[in-house]
Design a protein around this ligand. Sequence first.
Ligand code: SF4
Length: 284
Amino acid sequence: MAHGMCFGVRDALAATQQIEHPSNVTIYGELVHNESVQAALAARGFVQMAEGARELPQTDAVLITAHGISGLERGRLASAGLQILDTTCPLVRNAHAAALALAAEGRFIVVIGMEDHVEVRGLTGDIDNFIVIADARGVVNFGAGRIGVVSQTTTAPGVFAEALGMIFTKNPEADIRVMDTICKPTRDRQEGLAELLPQIDVLVVVGGKRSRNTHELAAAAANAGVAAYHIQSAADLDASWFAPDVVVGLTAGTSTQDETMHAVHAKLLEIERSMAPTPQPCVS
Ligand code: SF4
């Protein structure tokens, strides 16, 4: 099994290819949680702001990443006279629209996601009454009569479902409306992995160390009792993780490039060949 980069990240990356003068452009946060892509962007001359930094870019233009930003933040950048190049993924826009629609109904918003993730900061930036919970353990009685639930686009469907069940259990009096904003590439990866896990002994997950969906894939394997190794590139593979005859599965986070996947796959085949028994001459 192998899933490469999702369309949202791919399109954002393609947009950077069209930019003629990268040194005039600040990328607002990490375009993708993928170190080799970031190094390539830096080599082309793009200015890259640290995630969560608040200072205004010093370039003429600012590129909003696939993770998106709040309307408030967009206004701040535009008021500073910056040209805005927007590569926000359409599925992140859908999540923003869902959260705003629920907030407009006067609901207390519960976001199931990572509080310090750039996408979640953008998602909550235009909302006053909200809480971000990572999973079911963060659920309490929120003391709200009307609740709206959305998720970070890359939350694992199982984590979302479990948290949702707990929200209903602990808030029995509330009028709860749910908008499932998990993106299809994330859902496809998790569903593909669920099919794969019973067939493998070891899982290799390729993706950035700060990529939430990559961590979720590794966690799903660990929960199923399958040893999982989270690597960023083929160079991280260690032959000692594998034994002859083990079945190895391969998957990747949404910001992993196809060429990285191909390199990991090739290295795994190389490791497999190195473990094959050497044919012995037949002596009669
Ligand atoms: S992970 Fe999903 S929401 Fe995020 S950029 Fe990719 S397709 Fe869009």
